[in-house]
Ligand binder design. Structure first.
Ligand code: C5P
Length: 222
């Protein structure tokens, strides 16, 4: 059977990356974490003290940085100019500011071109906010993963506690809501369900249930 592309979009904390990674492994496809790319640019902008409103400077920074994604059993490793920033890009200081970098048209154009190149040969599971609508409008199967904001915040809270990190559930809920608002209301390629995407409410589903459900849908549709 030929290898197609699968798009997974949805709001922050809906379990997209965990599910996308597992689905890709099950299909022997490549997982592509587009959020990691926007996170890497945000990290670099912080390091170089580039103002988030300076679209031209950010675009220039993205053009000259060497951004690499690679897959490990745990997820996506990310490096910028040969420096491994896999854990740095998950810090709240990056997470809470990515949306301000990701809103610019000049940034999205470059990112989308890179992402389309990565998917050109098929056989990818790509997750993000605009995959079904802008990056891969012809993806063979599109999913929109959702869950209530309470559920998404509480999952993130549990994850952080398990890792031994400090975590404030109420603050997490506020941060997630703000990020969704910024991502949904931006002008260029906002977070939005593609008309032909299948919406999956994961609120009361386990990770395995979601993965198996998506896998069955892919088997049926692709
Ligand atoms: O998926 P993740 O939480 O890592 O994404 C981080 C941020 O990157 C999102 O909140 C959004 O602002 C941006 N993003 C985007 N388009 C994508 C993926 C991520 O704008 N395709």
């Amino acid at each position: 059977k030929s290898k197609v592309n699968i798009a997974i979009d949805g709001p922050a904390g809906a379990g997209k990356s965990t599910v996308a990674k597992k689905l890709a492994d099950k299909l022997s496809y490549v997982y592509i974490d587009t959020g990691a790319m926007y996170r890497a640019l945000t990290w670099k902008a912080q390091r170089e003290k580039v103002n988030y409103n300076d679209e031209e400077k950010l675009a220039e920074l993205l053009r000259r940085m060497d951004l690499k994604l690679s897959n490990s059993s745990a997820g996506t490793n990310i490096s910028v100019d040969a420096e491994d920033i896999t854990s740095e890009v998950r810090e709240p200081s990056v997470t809470n500011e990515v949306s301000y970098v990701a809103k610019h048209e000049a940034i999205r154009k470059q990112m989308v071109a890179k992402q389309q190149e990565l998917a050109a040969g098929g056989g990818t599971v790509m997750d993000g906010r605009d995959i079904g609508t802008a990056v891969l409008p012809d993806a063979a199967v599109k999913f929109f993963l959702n869950a209530t904001v309470d559920e998404r915040a509480s999952r993130r809270h549990q994850e952080q506690l398990v890792k031994g990190m400090e975590s404030d559930l109420k603050l997490l809920k506020e941060e997630i809501s703000l990020r969704d608002k910024l991502d949904s209301e931006r002008e260029f390629a906002p977070l939005k369900k593609a008309p032909d995407a299948m919406e999956v409410d994961t609120t009361s589903m386990s990770i395995e249930e979601v993965v198996n459900y998506l896998y069955d849908q892919v088997r049926k549709q692709a």
